[in-house]
Design a protein around this ligand. Sequence first.
Ligand SMILES: [Ca+2]
Ligand SMILES: [Ca+2]
Ligand SMILES: [Ca+2]
Length: 266
Amino acid sequence: MLATRIPRFRPVALTTAAVLVALSAPALTATPAAATTTAYDSTYYKNAIGKSGTSLKSALHTIIKSQTKLSYSAVWEALKVTDQDPNNSSNVKLLYSGISRSKSLNGGDVGDWNREHVWAQSHGGFGTSAGPGTDLHHLRPEDVQVNSTRGNKDFDNGGSSFTNSGGSLTDSNSFEPRDAVKGDVARMILYMAVRYEGEDGWPDLEPNDSINGSVPYHGRLSVLKQWNDEDPPDAFEERRNNVIYTNYQGNRNPFIDHPEWVEAIW
Ligand SMILES: [Ca+2]
Ligand SMILES: [Ca+2]
Ligand SMILES: [Ca+2]
């Protein structure tokens, strides 16, 4: 029996493993984000529809720059709403680590969560006064130590895992978020590039393809574009965009509504 069972079952096991590897491995070339239509196209986005390139970027900037600005202290309470764990209303979901943690553990001690600037503060020098440093579209709850590990690194593929990494990786000069939030990170960075165009005393934030590039740039654009395709917006990210629009800032992240606009601009 054993002699016949092993050869019979081994190919099945190998086939299953091969399928799992194929499902979990990042696609070499992800399908580009498909064109979408949203309920906001005839209203919020009406002056952007049909445009591309710099004229699309310019139109979106004009649309999204109209917003309410929060104080940095107000961001604490807002994140408890925007990033609430869908499976536990007492908790927030931490961006890079994917951990569900009590909303009440906001702070600066080990085991707390704090306010991660996805567009690293030092890549724009914008601090935490009301403006880019308090913009909920790129602020997310994160474990204090994981936030410190990410630091101000650019985003790129590669690296090793670390405590509470949740599948995210890092090396000496870059950070790779876990697969489930790769697209979220890309769309947050590119929102910042369109929202901040050098007005009102804030820097003109732009993506580039560098690691350790100069201020006010953030990398790497080629990787962010790939992540936008690989990880399309899900219900959590869409709800978050709606909550920021309706309850807090009155502006939307266009790349969550229209991920294909990333390719249309860059
Ligand atoms: Ca690296
Ligand atoms: Ca995602
Ligand atoms: Ca810009």
